[in-house]
Structures are given as structure tokens and as C-alpha cells.
Design a protein around this ligand. Structure first.
Ligand code: OGA
Ligand code: NI
Length: 342
């Protein structure tokens, strides 16, 4: 497998191989900077014992999910040192020699540890300027045995982010007007799938011709993202691409996924996003996808439906089947979701 990291490191690379030329839509206006910053959710208020503060925070969460599908979370309880350590260990993984990384190269979408390039290199006609490492960390914890100390850091990180994810899920449940434990029970979150993903985008000599990750929405309920301070993430908001440049220090970016859209019967739509590349520095993002149990059938929450006023807008599908469909195909916008939409 040819990884972009080694390609980018070859001395005389001043143009990209044609395999990486991403067809651009020349009619599309360039991404712009958001006029108002993206919503901020204070996690400590969502769990506050003061009912007024709590309901106000839930209201803000509801608006953020409805209008944006994207927000930053502060006061989330995950130590900053741990977040930095995860970024550092992830970087160390990519700095291992090709020989050392070989054992982890992906063979199958169900491998619990997958080191690969582009999105689905067996199917992609155009390759994306991105290498990745994907690790299933829940319900079973996995981790490469290199670099030294990765395992301890990742185990702690997955535990701490899981607490955050569960807190957010019960808040989302409440902001949908459901019992706070509704989502957790309906989708068997005790056995919920958590996938840790490191995206590695090396400098690209022709960044305007290549794409790091094409427009897509994420599977699962929501995704937590941190990065190494280099921008490149763009989200689609009210039909336009926006740069996500500055985020608050020590915050997580959260974006809603396809299964939250299904579960909320379209009230909280999954948000489309993409990653562009630059010609000077490596960008790294560390992502945690939080999903239902693989065996859960995901359908709109029964309590939100009404045969006449609010019929189900999505057909039920087992999360495992959805994941297989998404990971085994091309990554194009929200086309996977279209297959379960009524
Ligand atoms: C993803 C993703 C964006 C980024 O991994 O699904 O959208 O900024 N990543 O790397
Ligand atoms: Ni994504």
C-alpha cells in the first residue's frame, strides 16, 4: 500500500500524482469563515444540579443540534494533558517505520485495528490525501503494541471520553423530550461501538487539487474531534462550506451523525463535513465515533412518532449492516442515509 506520508516525504515531490486529483466543482464558491462562531456547549451546565441552568443548557444543545449539527464542548472533564498525550502518541505511531506499521495494515473493514490510506483504497477511484489509523476501543478495547505507552494513554482516553459521550447522550435524550436514559436503553449503549480514528494529512504540494476527506456525514450518533491546531476541517452550514479555524482551547468539536438523525426522526440532522489539505504542515485530527451497539436496530424513537402528525421517516436498519455499507463503499455526501430514508 502506498501511503501519502511517504509520498509527501519523497524529496522531489512538487506535483501530485494524477490518482490524487480530486474533481472540483468550479461553480462552488470557496469556503468562507463563519460570521458568528459555532455554538459552544458548557458540559458542566448540562449536568448541573441547578434546574434552571440545566434547562437553559439543554435548550442551547437543542438549538445547536437543530441548526448546526456541530458545536464545541467546554468543561467536559477530560484532562487537557490526556488530550495532548493522545495527539502525541498518535503522531508517534505514524512516525514508526513502514516495517513496524506493516502488521496493522488493513485487510478487512472488520479488523479491529486498521492502518490505511485514502478512505477505502480498494474502491476509491480518486485517492484522498490522508492516511489513517482506526481502532475499535469499545465494547472490546484494542490497541497497537507500538509505540510504547500508546495502550495506557488510549485506554484512559477511551474511558474518559466515554463518560463524556454518555453524558452528552443523556442530555441529547432530554433535549429531544425523552427520558435521559432513553437513548442509552434503546440503543444498548453499554455495548456501544466506539471507534478511535487518527487522520494524518501530510503537506501537499498542490493542495487545491487534492482532498483530505471528501464531503460526508459520519455514521453513529456523534463524533468527538480534536486536532493538532492546524485547520482544514470545513462544515456545510445552510448550504455553504464554512472553515472551522479557531476553536476554544481544550475543547472538543462534536458533530451529529447519521444514527442520531435516524433516531431523532430527522429533528437532528447529521452534518456534512470535509477536510482540505495545505502545502506547509501536517494536520492531524483525532476522532472518536460513538455509536449504538452493533446489534442494535436503529429506527426513529417510538416516543417521537405519531402516525398522522409525525410518521417514521427512516426504516430500521441494524447498525452493523449500516456500517458495513458505509465503510465498504465510496464516501459520498449523505448517500448512505438516503438508503434508509422513506
Ligand atoms: C472523519 C472526519 C475530519 C477531520 O474522520 O470522519 O470527518 O477534520 N475527519 O479530519
Ligand atoms: Ni467525518
Amino acid at each position: 500500500m502506498k501511503f501519502v506520508k511517504s509520498l509527501a516525504e519523497s524529496n522531489d515531490l512538487n506535483s501530485i500524482p494524477s490518482l490524487y486529483t480530486y474533481p472540483t466543482n468550479s461553480n462552488e464558491p470557496p469556503a468562507s469563515d463563519p460570521q458568528n462562531s459555532i455554538p459552544t456547549i458548557d458540559f458542566s451546565l448540562l449536568t448541573s444540579s441547578d434546574p434552571y441552568l440545566r434547562s437553559q443548557a439543554l435548550q442551547e444543545l437543542d438549538t445547536a443540534c437543530k441548526d448546526w449539527g456541530f458545536f464545541q464542548v467546554i468543561n467536559h472533564g477530560v484532562p487537557e494533558t490526556l488530550m495532548n498525550m493522545v495527539l502525541e502518541k498518535s503522531r508517534e505511531f505514524f512516525n514508526l517505520t513502514d516495517e513496524e506499521k506493516k502488521d496493522f495494515e488493513e485487510r478487512d473493514v472488520w479488523d479491529p485495528i486498521r492502518y490505511g490510506t485514502s478512505f477505502n483504497s480498494k474502491k476509491d477511484e480518486v485517492f484522498y490525501w490522508r492516511d489513517f489509523l482506526k481502532i475499535v476501543v469499545h465494547p472490546e478495547f484494542n490497541c497497537p503494541n507500538k509505540p510504547l505507552g500508546f495502550r495506557e494513554v488510549l485506554l484512559e482516553y477511551s474511558k474518559r471520553t466515554r463518560e463524556l459521550a454518555r453524558g452528552l447522550l443523556s442530555a441529547i435524550s432530554a433535549s429531544l423530550g425523552l427520558d435521559p436514559s432513553y437513548v442509552e436503553k434503546a440503543l444498548d449503549i453499554d455495548s456501544g461501538l466506539q471507534i478511535f480514528v487518527v487522520n494524518f494529512y501530510p503537506p501537499c504540494p498542490q493542495p487545491d487539487l487534492a482532498m483530505g476527506l471528501p464531503p460526508h456525514s459520519d455514521h453513529g450518533l456523534f463524533t468527538l474531534l480534536i486536532n493538532n491546531g492546524v485547520s482544514g476541517l470545513q462544515i456545510k452550514h445552510k448550504g455553504k462550506w464554512l472553515n472551522v479555524n479557531s476553536t476554544l482551547p481544550n475543547s472538543f468539536l462534536v458533530n451529529t451523525g447519521d444514527h442520531l438523525e435516524i433516531f431523532s426522526n430527522g429533528k437532528y440532522k447529521s452534518v456534512e463535513h470535509r477536510a482540505v489539505v495545505n502545502n506547509s504542515v501536517t494536520r492531524m485530527s483525532v476522532v472518536l465515533a460513538n455509536g449504538p451497539s452493533l446489534d442494535a436496530y436503529v429506527s426513529p424513537a417510538y416516543s417521537l412518532l405519531d402516525e398522522e402528525m409525525c410518521p417514521a421517516a427512516y426504516v430500521p436498519m441494524k447498525y452493523k449492516d449500516y456500517l458495513e455499507m458505509q465503510q465498504g463503499n465510496h464516501l459520498v455526501g449523505k448517500t448512505c442515509l438516503d438508503r434508509v430514508r422513506i
